[in-house]
Design a protein around this ligand. Structure first.
Ligand code: CAA
Length: 241
């Protein structure tokens, strides 16, 4: 039977490309989304991938959503923690709400999404936890103390659970994308964005599909010896050690 994969934020942006890539690789995919019903309906119609609405910032909603997916599609083998938001502001202008929203959605979601599935994965002896961090979690970024902190946290979380679960056939890895051609990046002020593109040696934004193929690579049964790693995909903008 096909393995079941859940992609958070799976109907738009990088997640859209990940959902499609996993479906093409033979997975039964469930795409979670939080708010944009219109985009989700269009995605479902175009791809045939079922969509599930809840906020990854809520542990209770993750428990319920994941239980629904397991009841409908079967035990979850692959979790792709992709959903994320930005609330950019320099720290001296940042509100507590901007801080908290980003930490809840981009970092607390790691616990909220992984805790409910980890015991089942351990019992079955197989699992893949693939989490999307960011170049800005690796190098820090003006205007993103909240996002940089959350995305750096994704890496620490993954290193810990990689060690805890290695003996149970479960791998945990991070992909750290650079600036990808999505609505999130399009929201960066144009002058700032042009400045950023000027610092990318490859000379362009990345595409969602260029992240998605790495997710499919890490999800594969054959990738069982890769765990605790961070794969940097950023056009050479920041070459992490
Ligand atoms: N890279 C380089 N320089 C940057 C920068 C960046 N990402 N962000 C801001 N700056 C520079 C500006 O160009 C400007 O420089 P000059 O004074 O030389 O023109 C200076 O910092 C101050 O910027 P602003 O005039 O825009 O100041 P502001 O207070 O109005 O806004 C800001 C500050 C909120 C940080 C705004 O500049 C901004 O939104 N910047 C983009 C931040 C960013 O890169 N966000 C990434 C979003 S995409 C994403 O997060 C996906 C991912 O994982 C990569």
């Amino acid at each position: 039977m096909a393995r079941v994969a859940v992609v958070t934020g799976g109907t738009r942006g990088i997640g859209h490309a990940i959902s499609i890539a996993l479906k093409e690789a033979g997975y039964t995919v469930a795409a979670n989304y939080a708010g944009n019903d219109e985009a989700a309906a269009k995605f479902k119609e175009e791809t045939g991938i079922p969509v599930y609405k809840w906020s990854v910032a809520s542990f209770a909603e993750c428990q319920e959503g994941l239980a629904t997916i397991e009841a409908e599609l079967g035990p979850i083998d692959v979790v792709v923690n992709n959903a994320g938001i930005t609330r950019d502001a320099t720290l001296h202008r940042m509100t507590l709400e901007q801080w908290t929203q980003v930490i809840d959605t981009d970092l607390n979601s790691m616990f909220n999404m992984t805790r409910p599935v980890i015991e089942g994965m351990r019992a079955r002896g197989f699992g893949r936890i693939i989490s999307i961090s960011s170049i800005n979690g690796q190098k820090g970024q003006i205007g993103q103390a909240n996002y940089s902190a959350a995305k750096a946290g994704v890496i620490g979380f993954t290193k810990a659970i990689a060690q805890e679960n290695a003996s149970k056939g479960i791998t945990a890895n991070v992909i750290a994308p650079g600036y990808i051609n999505t609505e999130m990046v399009a929201a960066v002020p144009e002058a700032v964005l042009q400045k950023i593109i000027g610092t990318i040696p490859v000379g362009r934004l990345g595409e969602g599909s260029e992240i998605a193929r790495a997710v499919a690579f890490l999800a594969a049964d054959e990738a069982g010896f890769i765990t605790g790693s961070t794969l940097t995909i950023n056009g050479g903008q920041y070459i992490a050690g």
